[in-house]
Design a protein around this ligand. Structure first.
Ligand code: DGL
Length: 265
């Protein structure tokens, strides 16, 4: 079995990490669209176009499931992708994130840090209120975080000050903070220093949903799940491979081999 995972760059690695921890019988194709990153400052139409191409690439490479490991792409293109590609299940990151946020929050006042597009789309507010209409959701769009993480968070001296500025724009009354951009778990340690709230990373719940879908597929097709010695991940990176490797290796704590540049037309 093969899992297709994609993001605008290194962010989806936070989802990949959880998938690798929970699923040992399927290989992965990871697509990082760093050439077109950040998605968060693009239009919905542009993002849909990019996502349709990536999904096509993954399906051509025979994946059994697609994980949209990007909140911005989930907000802008999940429904379009589901309409266009019906042969495989397609999972986004927002609904799983909303579900854990509601589970974790006691006062149901929830903050969400995300890209500007995700914040503007109000996907989290809608998904959280669908589960609990009485909850309150405060979204902050953080334009500069994703590009800084993509380049290597440590390389910027202003990183902590900027992060502090964004975080302080959320109201004090929230008791839970959702990392509503898959890039943010890469800087979770710094976020935890700056805010004393329950932090929710949707990635673990996303991985559980992927496992659930693959189990269903195995039952339906008679596929025998066998533990692999080592799960193989092929990485396709549209932008700078070396930067992707540097940031990715640091986060995953392992060498990244099998990193390729996808053929583009
Ligand atoms: N990791 C993406 C997300 O979860 C970042 C999108 C971007 O490139 O701006 O939203």
């Amino acid at each position: 079995m093969k899992i297709g995972v994609f993001d605008s760059g290194v962010g989806g690695l936070s989802v990949l990490k959880q998938i690798k921890e929970k699923i040992d019988f399927a290989d992965v194709i990871y697509y990082g669209d760093s050439l077109n990153s950040p998605y968060g400052s693009k239009s919905v139409e542009e993002i849909q176009k990019l996502c349709l191409k990536i999904a096509e690439f993954l399906i051509d490479n025979r994946v059994n499931i697609i994980v949209v490991a990007c909140n911005t792409a989930t907000a802008a293109a999940l429904e379009t992708l589901k309409e266009r590609f019906t042969s495989v299940p397609i999972i986004g990151v927002v609904e799983p994130g909303a579900a854990i946020a509601i589970k974790e929050s006691k006062n149901k006042k929830i903050g969400v840090l995300s890209t500007p597009l995700t914040a503007k789309s109000k996907v989290y507010e809608k998904a959280i209120k669908k589960i609990n209409p009485k909850s309150e959701v405060f979204q902050k769009g953080c334009e500069l975080l994703c590009p800084m993480i993509e380049k290597g968070w440590e390389s910027s001296e202003k990183n902590l000050n900027l992060l502090k500025e964004y975080i302080h724009q959320l109201p004090e009354e929230i008791d839970t903070l959702v990392l509503g951009c898959t890039h943010y778990p890469l800087i979770r340690d710094d976020i935890e220093i700056l805010i004393d709230k329950k932090i929710v990373d949707p990635a673990e719940e996303v991985a559980m949903q992927v496992l659930f879908e693959l189990n269903k597929l195995a039952l339906r097709t008679g596929f025998k799940k066998e533990k692999k010695e080592k799960v193989k991940v092929d990485y396709f990176v549209s932008g700078d491979i070396e930067i992707f490797k540097k940031v990715g290796e640091r986060f995953l704590g392992e060498k990244l081999s099998n990193v390729y540049q996808p053929l583009t037309d």
